[in-house]
Design a protein around this ligand. Structure first.
Ligand SMILES: *Cc1c(COP(=O)(O)O)cnc(C)c1O
Length: 372
């Protein structure tokens, strides 16, 4: 190993270790696959598999039998395509932007068609390349984000020639409130989706994300598309999380000190010690994806002991109150738990006033990543 690599490893070490448990990921895939059977289980690996590494995650899930992968942007599909065998389908949820069609066709990436314009462009591309091209058709069943509107579905039905040259593999729609089982919006969306799908009686259907899987069998369709649940996030709010944790994040202590009463801590001096307290500064901050909104409210953990964040989260560090620990319990370099056995993604997200998805997808690139 040359010295420049050494330096990179050392620097990364100091900023913490992000451990990604591919065994737990595999187990989560198997659990969800069993839950939705006989429907098939896809994997949503957009945003670099929610920050965990799209290539590593997708290859592991391929081993588990996953053959359908969803990314958000075409560029993500371009990057992932060489890492998966050709019998794995890669779908682009956001569809293709004009100009990307021929490249998508050439490398075997499958778009979701979200508008009549996208249908026309893909159909023309099929004409140009001289063969039928696959696509999924996305319809809006009540989220008003992506997919054909009811009017566009009608336009397509009266003019089926629009979709000639295209082999539609799946009819897709997406749920807006699947993580809230008591929310009646999901049943309304299911009814709307079913009504649309009667116009395409031969097409396999896909509606459920992670939350949708736990709404019950009628939501499973032919293909479920979980993301967060695969990565250990809770698919349903206000309920025990049935998934295994996949991510552990530990960040080392880089300095400790004892401060007298009245001492201000951190930017803005927003925290003042009421008594003499002991502090530890750890080597990651908002530039590493630890939200600044944790300032003065979140906590880290050491051997199960909660260590409240004292003052503001800085760009590259966080200061925590370690007075509850025995003197000397934390040495320089001692790893402190950010996410792990004592702090779930959901706990941290609640303190930061966000959701587990945002915590995961923003995990920084200065951590040393360890795949287990
Ligand atoms: C992100 C996304 C998913 C996965 O959602 P999770 O809640 O993470 O399971 C599924 N379908 C679509 C269309 C998405 O955008």
């Amino acid at each position: 190993m040359n010295s420049s690599t050494d330096n990179v490893m050392l620097a990364a070490d100091r900023c913490g270790v992000l451990a990604i448990d591919l065994g737990a990921l595999g187990e989560n895939y198997r659990r969800l696959a069993k839950n939705v059977a006989p429907a098939a289980l896809a994997a949503v690996v957009k945003a670099d598999a929610y920050g965990l590494g799209a290539v590593q995650v997708s290859q592991r899930l391929y081993q588990e039998g996953c053959r359908t992968f969803f990314v958000a942007h075409f560029i993500e599909a371009v990057q992932l395509r060489p890492s998966l065998p050709q019998d794995a389908a890669i779908y682009v949820l956001n569809g293709l932007q004009p100009g990307n069609e021929e490249r998508a066709a050439a490398i075997g990436v499958v778009p979701l068609l979200n508008s009549i314009g996208q249908i026309k462009a893909w159909s023309q591309t099929a004409g140009r390349v001289g063969r039928t091209l696959e696509a999924a058709l996305q319809v809006d069943s009540g989220m008003s984000r992506l997919g054909l509107s009811p009017d566009e579905v009608c336009e397509l039905l009266v003019n089926p020639g629009l979709i000639s040259n295209i082999e539609v593999t799946t009819l897709v729609s997406h749920l807006a409130c699947a993580d809230e089982p008591a929310n009646p919006a999901s049943a309304r969306q299911l009814a709307a989706f079913r009504a649309i799908s009667t116009a395409f009686p031969t097409l396999p259907v896909s509606l459920a994300n992670s939350g949708g899987i736990f709404l019950g069998g009628e939501f499973h369709g032919s293909l479920a598309r979980p993301g967060i649940a695969l990565y250990g996030g809770a698919p349903v709010s206000d309920r025990d999380n049935p998934m295994l944790p996949v991510v552990r994040l530990e960040v080392p202590v880089i300095q400790t000190r004892t401060v007298p009463p009245g001492t201000q801590i951190g930017y803005g001096g927003t925290f003042t010690a009421k008594t003499s307290i002991r502090l530890a500064t750890i080597a990651a901050g908002y530039a590493d994806g630890l939200p600044r909104s944790l300032s003065g409210r979140g906590a880290l953990y050491f051997e199960g002991q909660r260590l409240p964040i004292a003052g503001r989260v800085s760009m590259d560090s966080i200061t925590v109150d370690i007075s509850a620990l025995a003197e000397g319990a934390l040495d320089l370099g001692t790893p402190v738990e950010v996410v792990g056995k004592h702090q779930t993604l959901e706990m941290m997200a609640a303190d930061a006033d966000t959701i587990s998805y945002e915590i995961l997808t923003r995990l920084g690139h200065r951590y040393q990543r360890r795949y287990i």
